[in-house]
Design a protein. Structure first.
Length: 115
């Protein structure tokens, strides 16, 4: 099983980034996919999730209207489009796959929002 995040980096406030999470080794289309983040010195928090069936999404209040989660089951990939980034979005972003008792995490990708 592999869950691999990519697309992080340094961006100025107001800018955009798109994170990708490529999965393998399990039936991706049957798993709920969720992005979490952990800001410096703080606990990990949910950012956005998307269900396996129907692609129903949910977002943290802090990112609603700015971030969009989507998935491509043909590519076994989930995305997080992040717009109008703020310094408080700085964090390590993690991808999570959950299906039944299975729960897989990636290693994370750093996003830094700074001028």
């Amino acid at each position: 099983v592999q869950v691999v995040e990519s697309g992080g980096g340094l961006v100025q406030p107001g800018g955009s980034l798109t994170l990708s999470c490529a999965a393998s080794g399990f039936t991706f289309s049957a798993y709920r996919m969720t992005w979490y983040r952990q800001p410096p010195g703080k606990e990990r928090e949910l950012v956005a999730g998307i269900t396996a069936v129907g692609g129903i999404t949910n977002y943290a209040d802090s990112v609603k209207g700015r971030f969009t989660i989507s998935r491509d089951n043909a590519k076994n990939t989930v995305y997080l489009q992040m717009n109008t980034l703020k310094p408080e979005d700085t964090a390590v972003y993690y991808c999570n796959a959950r299906g039944g008792p299975a729960n897989y995490w990636g290693q994370g990708t750093q996003v830094t929002v700074s001028s």
